[in-house]
Design a protein around this ligand. Structure first.
Ligand code: SF4
Length: 489
């Protein structure tokens, strides 16, 4: 059977269908995914509002966010990922606050009485106050949350009215936390809202034959700027970014691109599909992680735009700068066991490069919110015996560490300190440590972080070993107790 039931899941057998162990003969079985977390599990997912504000709109640099919620969701929305932005806007003006998108979030601070009598008045008042506070903001984005979804405030109507009154775009994102099983639904709703409310509503100052939109690239720790540098050197112009280091305005003219590149294919293919359908602009899926994928994709773009020579020059220049150092890190990282517990597609983007270019041994991959197509890619890219987990929980990770101790885990903040407890280093793959991690120099940064974390002498401290031994004993005792109980039946 390709599915695995962890010992910790004996009381919740539904989890079995979410954990798949690759075996070359099992090609038909598909992993259960994109469904609500099994009750009883402490998952690591975000809510639908988190998928909207935390992933997509939170990267846009010149808008002010008003979260229509009690204070908790607003605070949650303030903890953005590391999405840096430059103050320059497409019209040449300079936005007055540096990294504005990482610094501010406003909320309506709903109380019990608003739940009873409705929160529309507070929403209007908060938007007007936000505009007074930040008059330079280009637009205002209003976010629904569980509370406002339940009380049923008509945010679309309020935002329409305020758009007229204030003379700038006020946009409602109807993303109550409970509107879907995970943040993935928030990505989808936000793609649809941005497409219907913004794309096609403005015209770019100028266009060229080499204009592209870079979709699903959020500029984590500067990733976008690495890709932008390569493309600019080839002669390709990024007309609109969706949505790292992006402005509200440039998203409004995505319909003038000549080709769309989709980087995160889980959170942003929706808008590429909609643009293709309405405006006939084709899109290609791209991958710039690692030297090989990056070279392949730059060559593909070179062929598309007739810029083959320019692509080769960029590849030779930037690959040349890192290749010797990468050899050193490959020697150090060969055979090191690694798990990739990412939010979405990095589990399949990175599995082959880590093995092929750094010699590592990927033995478990996981995602909080992937869909069936993403798991099919993971199955195709990992080797036999690798565990693939959908919506993993912390007890499962503990059991995996106890039974199959990895040398390092690529994961988020929720897994990081759990791994540390057992003497296992962990690198943040959602927000990075010393990124960027994309492109040639980015892959070298990742290799350096892997090396520095694995070889840190702190992991030799004796108490980590004790914690791990305790966890291993626990797994053994549980299995023995169960065998005894089975025998006594
Ligand atoms: S929207 Fe709902 S699930 Fe999301 S943070 Fe607010 S209360 Fe929690």
């Amino acid at each position: 059977m390709p599915f695995k039931l962890f010992d910790v899941n004996k009381e919740i057998p539904e989890r079995e269908k979410h954990v798949y162990v690759k075996h070359c003969e099992d090609t038909e079985d598909s992993i259960d995914c994109n469904t609500s977390t099994v009750p009883g599990c402490m998952g690591a997912r975000g809510c639908v509002y988190a998928g909207s504000k935390g992933v997509i709109t939170g990267a846009i640099k010149d808008v002010v966010h008003v979260v229509h919620s009690p204070v908790g969701c607003t605070t949650y929305g303030g903890g953005a990922k590391r999405y840096p932005s430059q103050p320059k806007l497409p019209n040449g003006e300079v936005f007055p606050v540096d990294n504005f998108n990482l610094k501010y979030v406003c909320g309506t601070d709903l109380k019990e009485s608003d739940v009873v009598f409705g929160g529309v008045k507070k929403l209007k008042q908060s938007v007007i106050e936000a505009v007074k506070e930040f008059p330079f903001a280009t637009a205002i984005y209003c976010h629904a949350t569980c509370t406002t979804g339940l009380i049923g405030d008509d945010m679309d109507a309020v935002c329409k009215e305020l758009t007229q009154e204030l003379g700038k775009d006020v946009i409602a994102f109807n993303t109550p936390g409970f509107a879907g099983p995970s943040q993935s639904k928030g990505h989808h709703i936000t793609n649809d809202t941005i497409f219907s409310r913004m794309v096609g509503s403005k015209e770019p100052p100028k266009t060229t034959e080499y204009d592209i939109c870079l979709i699903g690239e959020y500029n984590i720790d500067g990733d976008l700027w690495v890709i932008e540098k390569y493309l600019n050197e080839m002669g390709i112009n990024i007309l609109s970014r969706f949505s790292g280091d992006s402005s509200h305005e440039e998203i409004c003219y995505m319909h003038r691109s000549k080709l769309n590149l989709v980087r995160c294919q889980r959170s942003a293919t929706y808008i590429a599909d909609l643009i293709e359908e309405k405006y006939g602009i084709p899109y290609v899926n791209v991958d710039f992680f690692s030297t090989e994928y990056c070279s392949d994709n730059l060559r593909m773009l070179g062929r598309h735009f007739g810029l083959e020579e320019e692509a080769e020059k960029v590849i030779a220049k930037y690959h040349g700068e890192v290749k010797d150092e990468l050899k050193y890190y490959k020697e150090k990282l060969t055979d090191k066991k690694i798990y990739i517990f990412s939010g979405g597609p990095k589990s399949w983007h990175l599995s082959i490069p880590l093995e092929k270019e750094l010699g590592m041994n990927v033995t478990a991959v996981a995602s909080e919110f992937e869909h069936e197509d993403g798991y099919e890619k993971m199955k195709a890219r990992v080797k036999d015996g690798t565990a693939i987990l959908d919506d993993p929980n912390s007890l499962e990770l503990e059991e995996l560490i106890a039974t199959n101790k990895p040398d390092i885990i690529l994961a988020g903040i929720k897994e990081k300190y759990l791994a540390y407890k057992y003497g296992v280093p962990s690198i943040m793959i959602h927000s990075y440590e010393n990124g960027p991690y994309i492109g040639f120099e980015g892959f070298l940064n990742l290799a350096k972080d892997l090396y520095a974390n694995i070889y840190n002498p702190v992991w030799k401290l004796v108490e980590f070993e004790e914690n791990l031994e305790e966890a291993q004993d626990e797994v053994l005792t549980t299995s023995e107790e169960e065998t005894t109980m089975e025998a006594g039946k």
